[in-house]
Design a binder for this molecule. Sequence first.
Ligand code: R5P
Length: 306
Amino acid sequence: MQQGKCLHQLHRLNNDAMKIIAGYSSINLTHAVCNSLNLEPIIPIYKRFFDGEISVTLAEPMRDEACLLIHSLSEPVNDNIITLLLTINTLKRSGADKIVVCIPYLAYTRQEHTVSLVISLMHAAGAHHCITIAPHSHIENAVIPINVLSTTQLFANHIKASHKLNNLIIVSPDQGGIERCRQVHSALGLASELIVIDKIRTNGACVAQTIHGDVRGKRCLIIDDIIDTGTTLCSAAEALIEHGATEVFAYCTHGLLSGEALTLLQQSPIKKLVITDTIAPKEDTLNAPKIEMISVAGSIAKNNSF
Ligand code: R5P
């Protein structure tokens, strides 16, 4: 495989250069990536035995092929990890020459050390390279190269197209998110100060405590990487309105939306939540009036990290 070319260039140079494989959890996203490259995805045959064991087979051999497997680690996370490992190993056993795994949402990045284990398992299964999008924390000591794609520009473009920038401020809902917010703030070229909220988590739910900065009369745009229970975003939005913000919008890369998150969002002052398709949306997410989904397919198709 030629190095340093984006998938699109590879495709134009040699139609047989890359096979794109749809991971079980990312079938639609894989189709979207393939559409933008004018390629046909390969869909493995996924089956389940009565006891829960998973079987992954391919209809055609991958002998000497370079393969890109797109497979998110969304809910059910642990089941999806096993399916991912089995799919990588099926590609290896079928003769693939190079296996690049794109994990749009990489689970286990919220606990220290656990992500290295997940990546080591991918390597043991046969993966040579991993691409992921906006992981929650920096990945250290990985046994294979990891390339990180960001959603900063995707969000900045969407914000420019949907909002007037005057009177708009960017808000980080916690201290850990400041850098990610700073990047969007700088991509938008905003002169306003960046607002940061202190939050505490008790019994799994987050509560906004202190807002650092003046939000009176401002339209606030909260940026976060993950919405899980929804308590971080919703309590931040409530605090902002209580402190005089006029409107609150939110952008979040990974829409886990666990438990009562959608109900909470619906009842919150957030006017619109923009999420990406790193996680395949459930029916109720697609139908949620406050949610808009934008796609990372173009970023995956354009990446030139291997
Ligand atoms: C935390 O550090 C993350 O950046 C997110 O703010 C957090 O995972 C969101 O979780 P939840 O939706 O459960 O509040």
